[in-house]
Write a protein that binds this ligand. Structure first.
Ligand SMILES: Cc1cc2nc3c(=O)[nH]c(=O)nc-3n(C[C@H](O)[C@H](O)[C@H](O)COP(=O)(O)OP(=O)(O)OC[C@H]3O[C@@H](n4cnc5c(N)ncnc54)[C@H](O)[C@@H]3O)c2cc1C
Length: 488
């Protein structure tokens, strides 16, 4: 008797899917399930026809961690409901496709916030869990891992498992880039705040020593911070930067007033996005042309920005009060126009380094950037705290996030500079954030994350046929099918 070809579920179709900035193009069999049963249907179908699955949240990672060329993508964005909100305990249980900005919309007026939220507020809860993301408050609240009370995982065999913080799998699933199963829902611990407003202080630092001294103070006095670094400054000015530090403040308003204020805040963010898009539509080619002369343009822009912030400090205009929404997330509303202007060749690299050798690391990494034919367009520094997940980017130290937009003729030399950045980071005991990566080789990955073997051992137990994978997992060699030689 002839075996029947399995029928493709009606809600699955082949589609082109690109990375966020469009530099990677793939074709996948995409499903957008609305129920657990539909997730199980996809699992069963893919197992039968022998293709792999990559879960996808909002697709807001920079590289290929939520892509699966030639295989299936399980787009979880339609599973985005609030299951339960326990206001007293400050805990919210949501389906895994819910976006972080939607959680803010649901709870922020109740004077609650979700720590460790990344700048990309459109990230989904599961995406934040799997990449164990961090926020501008990372040195206080750690990575996203610390906010998770429990989660539900759908395993390759179709069974579900509840994993709380004490479960042996917690540290493997969190930060585990979706390799162990499909996260269906999660309960998150929210944090009380005095109001939705923060006081922002912009603190210019003329060099790396001033930067680290100011950060040491800010880490005691403020709740969140992000540092703009001038990667073009050299000599005694190396590490010239402006620290944007925020602390929650009291602001008396009734709940209905707060709702109105926040509603206006969300509208403002959306207008900001529309403005960026309109600007791009009108002046896109001119902006791209200006950016083509990257080195002199960015050098000039950085000098002016630093001087502007110094002037603001001298004239008493370096502080203001604004909604946390703006401080925390406005940049994520700027991203689409920014990438339209910069073009699809760009990529981001975020590297950590330990606190103990922070000065030397910053000087070395910025030196490597300056030697590149196309230094980074933006350079951002953040403070972090240690994290115990198997594949964990955070540590007790700082990170530098570089955004590169190399010209075609400089792609190879620019990539060589990035390799030198990675080597320097690994030599210093640092890590590379997988959520932003599209360049790591397997050899580099094994050096950065030696505990990948523990993750693979667990994966072999839970997903022996390697059903769950991604383009990133294949690229960096963290795939049970590719790693059959590893000891049991
Ligand atoms: C402008 C910008 C700013 C950013 N800022 C920060 C920042 O401040 N800090 C930071 O840490 N990161 C930051 N990021 C990175 C971003 O927050 C992370 O990549 C995050 O993981 C994206 O979430 P997502 O829902 O889009 O996940 P996706 O990109 O869709 O997926 C991420 C990973 O999660 C897995 N996954 C998704 N859903 C599921 C599921 N239901 N079950 C199992 N696995 C799943 C995917 O397979 C993949 O491995 C930024 C990105 C951008 C574009």
């Amino acid at each position: 008797m002839q075996s029947e070809t399995p029928t493709i579920p009606s809600f699955m179709e082949w589609k082109e899917v690109t990375s966020l900035v469009g530099s990677i193009r793939t074709r996948s069999l995409v499903a957008r399930p609305r129920t657990i049963e539909q997730c199980r249907e996809v699992l069963a179908y893919c197992r039968q026809v022998g293709i792999t699955i990559c879960a996808r949240g909002a697709g807001r990672g920079y590289g290929d961690l939520a892509l699966n060329d030639g295989h299936a993508l399980l787009d979880m964005s339609a599973m985005n409901r609030i299951i339960e909100f326990d206001e007293e305990a400050g805990q919210i249980t949501v389906e895994s496709g819910m976006r972080l900005i939607d959680i803010y919309q649901a709870v922020h007026h109740d004077l609650l916030t979700l720590p460790a939220s990344p700048t990309e507020s459109h990230s989904s809860v599961a995406g934040a869990i799997c990449a164990n993301v961090n926020g501008k408050d990372a040195w206080h609240h750690g990575s996203f891992a610390r906010q998770i009370v429990r989660l539900t995982l759908l395993l390759a065999n179709g069974e579900t498992l509840t994993i709380d913080r004490s479960h042996e799998l917690f540290r493997a699933v969190v930060g585990g880039i979706g390799l162990l199963g499909i996260i269906l829902d999660a309960t998150l611990q929210l944090k009380p705040i005095p109001s939705p407003f923060v006081e922002i202080n912009r603190l210019p630092a003329p060099n790396v020593d001033a930067l680290l001294e100011t950060m040491a103070q800010v880490e005691k006095s403020h709740d969140a911070a992000v540092v703009w670094v001038d990667a073009y400054a050299r000599g005694r000015k190396t590490g010239r930067s402006v620290i944007h530090a925020a602390k929650w403040i009291e602001h008396h308003a009734s709940e209905s007033d707060r709702r109105q204020i926040l509603e206006a805040g969300y509208e403002r963010l959306e207008k900001h996005r529309q403005f960026g898009l309109a600007l791009h539509e009108k002046f896109g080619p001119i902006l791209s042309l200006i950016l083509y002369a990257q080195r002199p343009v960015m050098n000039l822009f950085n000098r002016l920005y630093y001087l502007g912030c110094r002037l603001a400090l001298l004239t008493g205009y370096s502080s203001n009060t604004e909604l946390f929404l703006r401080f925390g997330f406005e940049a994520s509303f700027t991203v689409p126009p920014a990438h339209l202007v910069c073009g699809p060749r760009g990529y981001t690299v975020q590297l950590t380094f330990p606190r103990s050798s922070a000065r030397e690391a910053i000087v070395e990494l910025l030196g490597i950037c300056r030697s590149s034919p196309c230094p980074p367009v933006t350079t951002i520094l953040r403070a972090h705290k240690a994290d115990e997940c198997l594949i964990s980017f955070s540590e007790d130290g700082y990170s530098l996030n570089f955004e590169f937009h190399p010209k075609t003729q400089h792609e190879t030399t620019s990539r060589q500079a990035v390799d030198r950045l990675i080597d320097a980071t690994v030599r210093r005991g640092g890590k590379i954030h997988l959520a932003k990566d599209q360049v790591l080789t397997s050899e580099q990955f094994y050096r950065v994350y030696p505990r990948y073997q523990e993750l693979l051992a667990i994966k072999r137990r839970l997903d022996p046929d390697g059903l769950f994978t991604s383009d990133l997992a294949r690229r960096v060699g963290i795939d049970t099918v590719l790693n059959k030689q590893l000891p049991e």
